[in-house]
Design a protein around this ligand. Structure first.
Ligand code: ADP
Length: 347
């Protein structure tokens, strides 16, 4: 199978419904927002996740030598660590088009069929939040992923018959924050299951310095480190803080004074570990209402009026990472480190 060496512009006309489901295409993504301009475009620019990077580099080069599509990939890990970015990098490195959608946007089997049948040879189809795809819809993907064909029903009632449709070879990339919610048959169909981890301070500092250059904000290494340590080990948050700093730089023309920088962060309530109000509410509930835990997730979710999914996907990964929270067989429990932090704050 030949892989396209440059982006194809001769795309078939898409019907409006499909366009609506596609959150973005390669062309729309690249220059739509500043955020996207900060996204690394090729593996060499991508900082961190070194073992994933090394592995993808070999796999991409090997697929190119064999003139084949890259095998399907499943990325998992907490949000905002770079799953979408890596998918776009893969399509850039392979010189192919990318279509981006998400589990909740694919409501019916017909939506998925339409996406699949409009793919071209070598395309990358990226589906985010795959754990939110309905099981009946998911089933279509089994043969699409394995044999590049799908069975569709034609006609109604007793005249309905199943027709097999061939698809072009493509790479499916899925992203999920929760691997455990994927069914075993689906997981088995992935050539690669890759976990993204939180970034360390030096990786984040490097990302911040690179992006500061793109935004034309002169930053010292020390300032980058200061921003990095408040970034919850997450590049999207690092970028967000950098954009705040850029605003100050635009007005003040100088952002090198550490004391001034700390005052800005202090005014915005962004401390060293940057616990946001939901983190604090979550931890304080366990501490004050449930005597430090253990407490079940559903009880806790009702106590703070938040969805269990949000707690599991957004709040807990970071709190577990900084050792403020423990998951025990009898529920969630806060740790001595967080209790020490409260005592310290109350002094
Ligand atoms: P996810 O899909 O995991 O939620 P994204 O790929 O959308 O995360 O990344 C969130 C933001 O973080 C993007 O705007 C991107 O610019 C930035 N980002 C992610 N990973 C990196 C990285 N390794 N280097 C630089 N920026 C990154």
């Amino acid at each position: 199978m030949a892989i396209k060496s440059s982006k194809t512009n001769n795309r078939q006309e898409k019907n409006q419904a499909q366009e609506d489901r596609i959150i973005s295409s390669q062309e729309k993504v690249t220059d739509k927002t500043i955020d996207n301009s900060l996204r690394p475009k090729f593996l060499d620019d991508y900082v961190g996740q070194s073992s994933i990077k090394k592995h993808l580099d070999v796999s991409i080069k090997s697929a190119q030598i064999r003139a084949q599509c890259l095998g399907h990939i499943l990325f998992y890990g907490p949000p905002w660590l770079g799953k979408t970015t890596l998918s776009q990098i893969i399509s850039n490195e392979m010189g192919s088009n990318i279509k981006i959608t998400s589990g909740p946007a694919v409501e019916k089997q017909a939506d998925l069929v339409s996406l699949l049948t409009n793919l071209e040879q070598g395309d990358v189809l990226f589906i985010d939040e795959i754990h939110r795809l309905r099981p009946q819809i998911e089933e279509i993907l089994y043969t699409a992923m394995e044999d590049f064909n799908i069975d569709i029903m034609v006609g109604k009632w007793t005249w309905a018959t199943s027709v097999r449709m061939d698809l072009p070879e493509f790479t499916l990339i899925w992203a999920t924050t929760r691997l455990s919610s994927l069914s075993a048959p689906l997981r088995d169909r992935f050539w690669n299951v890759l976990k993204l981890d939180f970034y360390n301070s030096s990786e984040l500092s490097e990302i911040i310095l690179k992006n500061a250059k793109k935004l034309e904000v002169p930053l010292t290494d020390k300032t980058a480190e200061n921003i990095a340590k408040r970034s919850r080990w997450t590049p999207r948050i690092a970028n967000r803080l950098l954009k705040i700093i850029r605003d100050y730089f635009t007005i003040w023309k100088d952002i090198s004074n550490e004391e001034i920088l700390n005052n800005i962060f202090c005014d915005l309530n962004i401390d060293d570990l940057w616990l946001d109000s939901l983190d604090k509410q979550y931890l304080e509930n366990i501490y004050y209402k449930f005597a430090g835990g253990p407490v079940w997730l559903n009880t806790l979710a009702s106590a703070i009026g938040e969805e269990e999914d949000t707690i599991e996907d957004v709040v807990e990964p970071y709190l577990l990472q900084i050792w403020f929270l423990e998951r025990t067989p009898r529920g969630r429990k806060i740790t001595e480190s967080w209790i020490a932090q409260i005592i310290n704050n109350n002094k």
